[in-house]
Design a protein around this ligand. Structure first.
Ligand SMILES: *Cc1c(COP(=O)(O)O)cnc(C)c1O
Length: 404
């Protein structure tokens, strides 16, 4: 065997398109909620690959499903269906409002499908002016041109003009403002039950209920982007279940594959008819390897033990973070739901979220940011109490350093 190519963090700068600025170490192995770098240093993982590794690293049930399917059948193309995809569809349908599922490979693609469905449905109904999409400031829906335009952070879209038209943004959690722009020309409203990338901002129940009513009144589809809130992250299988507001279309990805790329759009029988044969698709969508993994992920996450455990772990984090904040008051608010937690930095520490996560790395814990002023935690849903304690102790040392 030839020696593998020697790689260091410098190799990234030498060889990679520079759209990312990764940390200055390279992780090589993970188990549960711990990961190790090339030098053997250990880190507690409070990021979970940005809300993806919902069962941590190398979960035995998920790994077994992957290995088993890898020896059987990886891919067929959508001219042929397969067993794992049908089983996963049935699991998602039985557990949610949905009656039909479309599979793809990422969150952006799931949202792309949802928005295309909404436009086509209006057109199929003969309504040529019903093409307007309402979305919210600071929202994040992905990086394809359509979804990045639906997102409410112009810094991500402005360089790619001309952008798809017919998208209006309005302030999140402001029902009166939404009511002003939602009308009979609106084909869809897309919203995250908790804005993730935008700063871990939960929607008010009244806001989502109000959007539901406005959508009903104007025959617009209510699309819940649950790519980040989905699959147990909030302590329910999907966030909408906590709000008691049922969307017409729900998109899910991230935790669905726990690291194996997969996304899905869930919808009703009636709406699914819009995307008739040949109108949409993707090569890998619903391939047996991805859906076998997601089926195993689903069977572990959709259990009372795991979902109840998320609520318990939420409390462990809150208690620990509040304690840190008592000693070093750097957070003005700690918010979010389940294991999607955001810590808003006080004015004195504004803009320092990235620096805090870098110090956290040095102390041996991985945390995320959600914009320049929010430190975000999206750990494994099954992270052991010992790892929460140890990770928070390491995080406290990072906070102590930024305060000194
Ligand atoms: C991550 C994310 C997306 C995009 O998912 P990709 O898999 O990166 O395309 C879309 N919406 C929300 C809410 C997300 O958090």
């Amino acid at each position: 065997m030839e020696q593998p190519i020697a790689v260091t963090r410098q190799s990234f700068d030498d060889w990679m398109v520079p759209v990312y600025a990764p940390a200055d170490f390279i992780l090589v192995r993970g188990e549960g909620s711990q990961v190790w770098d090339q030098q053997g240093k250990s880190y507690i993982d409070f990021a979970g690959g940005i809300a993806v590794n919902a069962l941590g690293h190398a979960h035995p049930v998920v790994t077994a499903a992957l290995v088993e399917q890898a020896g059987k059948l990886w891919h067929l193309g959508n001219g042929y269906t397969n067993e794992p995809v049908l089983r996963l569809a049935k699991l998602l349908i039985d557990a949610t409002f949905a009656e039909k599922v479309f599979f793809c490979n990422s969150g952006a693609e799931a949202n792309e499908a949802a928005l295309k469905l909404a436009r086509k449905r209006a057109l199929d109904n003969g309504n040529h002016s019903k093409n307007q999409i309402v979305a919210f400031n600071n929202a994040f829906h992905g990086r394809t041109l359509f979804t990045v335009s639906a997102g409410g952070q112009p810094k991500y879209s402005k360089d790619f003009a001309p952008l798809p038209g017919g998208i209006t943004h309005t302030p999140f959690n402001d029902l009166a403002a939404a009511a002003e722009v939602i009308n009979d020309n609106t084909c869809a409203v897309i919203v995250e039950p908790i804005q993730g990338e935008g700063g871990v901002l939960p929607a008010d129940a009244a806001f989502l209920q109000g959007l539901r009513e406005l959508c009903d009144r104007h025959d617009a589809l209510l699309i819940f982007d649950e790519v980040q809130t989905g699959m147990g992250r909030t302590g329910d299988l999907y966030g909408y279940m906590q709000y008691g507001v049922v969307p017409d279309v729900l998109t899910t990805a991230k935790a669905l594959g726990c690291g194996f790329p997969i996304g899905a759009m869930l919808t009703t029988d009636e709406l699914a008819k819009t995307l008739s044969v040949g109108t949409h698709g993707t090569t890998y969508g619903g391939n047996p390897l991805a859906t076998a993994v997601a089926g195993a992920v689903f069977s572990v996450i959709n259990t009372p033990e795991v979902l109840e455990g998320v609520k318990q772990r939420h409390q462990w984090f809150l208690d620990g973070l509040n304690k840190i904040n008592q000693q070093y008051p750097i957070f003005s608010e700690i918010r979010g739901g389940g294991l999607l937690i955001g810590c808003q930095l006080t004015k004195d520490y504004a803009g320092k979220a990235k620096q805090i996560t870098q110090l956290a790395n040095e102390e041996g814990v991985i945390a995320l940011i959600a914009g320049p002023d929010v430190v975000r935690f999206t750990p494994s849903l099954v992270i052991p109490e010992q790892d929460v304690k140890e990770g928070l102790a390491r995080f406290a040392r990072a906070v102590a350093r930024i305060c000194s």
